[in-house]
Design a protein around this ligand. Structure first.
Ligand code: ZN
Length: 340
């Protein structure tokens, strides 16, 4: 994406310790790895042509996701991409990462939801050996899944705790109905799993109302609200994960300055900047912070506050959150005297 920030803003944001709470494994994949895997798997070369192009349009984004889906069909690849994605976030000074992925039953590839997730966890363990970033997993329920598949994902998540800390609901926002997944999400809550829900990506007032009444621990996006929903959302004080580039590229929002980050932020509602799909959308968490700085006129202290406050919205225990704060406090003590 063309620059929507200055080099100085980017360099400041890169130096900040950061928390990433909304990152999908497949969407965070490096282009170079996609190309290499496509070659290994003898994919038609015309399919990967789209990777050569910067500033991707929405239809090009769908093409990239299509290629990723075709190359991530074996356990060794899942382990590899998990390790790489974590390394990339670590290199961007993300010190705590909640990575989400949808466990898939793919019998044609000898893959079950459990074997899929175990392959991802192997990648997480490998990455841990080389970097200090703390990583936890969220297992996603895809909106195309039925109640039984949703329940199977919840059960698996509970069995793989504490590496898995929560459940996400995601996928095509025009597919499915809330009633299908609510029992599984209620069950997840009873099992002590934390919950984050992609909500209001499209205008669907009855579903958005149901989600707000359900009171997940966090929400994702919240792009399409009317006055009533906005009031209900503000009253809820539920933290929201906001992904600026994602919302622009997927055409949910017209321009960065028009993004709902600003009214939410000005209202004092808890917000967390996140990437969504850093690979596919050609961004990084530092770039998202820099875009916010430029689009909304945030000071360096505002950016620090955003990053620091994100810690309390993680699905870590209070004790582990406190450990993160100590690292942030050290950074503050060394650098804050120069900030505007
Ligand atoms: Zn997402």
């Amino acid at each position: 994406m063309s620059a929507h920030y200055t080099e100085q803003q980017l360099s400041f944001c890169t130096s900040l310790p950061k928390v990433e709470l909304h990152a999908h494994l497949n969407g965070s994949l490096r282009d170079s790895t996609i190309r290499e895997l496509a070659l290994q798997k003898n994919l038609d070369p015309s399919l990967t042509k789209v990777l050569e192009k910067g500033d991707r349009t929405l239809s090009e984004v769908f093409q990239v996701f299509g290629v990723i889906h075709q190359v991530t069909t074996d356990h060794a690849t899942l382990t590899r991409i998990t390790q790489e994605v974590i390394e990339d976030f670590a290199a961007d000074n993300v010190q705590y990462l909640e990575l989400r992925t949808t466990p898939k039953d793919r019998p044609e590839h000898g893959m079950t939801k459990r074997s899929y997730t175990e392959a991802v966890i192997r990648g997480l363990r490998l990455a841990e050996q080389g970097c200090t970033t703390v990583v936890r997993l969220l297992l996603s329920i895809d909106r195309r899944e039925d109640a039984a598949a949703a329940m199977a994902t919840v059960q698996l998540a509970a069995e793989l705790s504490p590496c898995v800390v929560g459940i996400d609901l995601s996928g095509n926002p025009t597919v499915g109905t809330w009633e299908t997944w609510e029992p599984a999400l209620q069950h997840a809550r009873k099992l002590g799993l934390r919950l984050t829900i992609h909500a209001a990506e499209v205008y669907n007032p009855s579903e958005t109302k149901q989600i707000l009444e359900f009171r997940p621990d966090r929400l994702g996006h919240m792009c399409c609200l009317d006055d009533n929903l906005e009031k209900q959302f503000y009253d809820s004080l539920i933290p929201v994960e906001l992904c600026l580039s994602s919302n622009i590229i997927t055409e949910s929002v017209g321009s960065f300055p028009d993004h709902h980050f600003l009214p939410f932020f000005q209202a004092g509602h808890p917000v967390v900047l996140c990437t969504d799909d850093s690979g596919v959308f050609e961004t990084s968490l530092s770039k998202e912070y820099a875009i916010a700085a430029q689009a909304f006129g945030l000071s360096q202290k505002d950016l620090w506050q955003l990053s620091y406050q994100a810690i309390q919205h993680t699905f870590l225990s209070r004790e582990d959150q406190q450990k993160l704060r100590e690292s942030w406090n050290e950074h503050y003590a060394t650098h804050s005297h120069t900030w505007n």
